[in-house]
Design a binder for this molecule. Sequence first.
Ligand SMILES: [Zn+2]
Length: 91
Amino acid sequence: MFKAGWPLAYVQEMLRKRLRNSSENNEARMTWTVLPVPCPKCGEAQNTTPGDFDPNDVPFGPVSCMVCGYEFMQGEYLQGLKTRRREFGLE
Ligand SMILES: [Zn+2]
């Protein structure tokens, strides 16, 4: 499972490896849901998320920025996640 604060390049490589192994596809899909999203305030992609975090859950999160403590709103997090997934070639 992805942990907040890992370098993006590392996460990307980890996802690539997992995608090659079909038996781990479910785990990889779970990992996609918690890709780090850049903070609207400081720009750092280091999120703190609850252990069983699902970004579509209501109430949302809480998800906050590890660097400046900014608390994400669900809408902006999901938007950021969408952008992130595109960057990773997942959408
Ligand atoms: Zn921040």
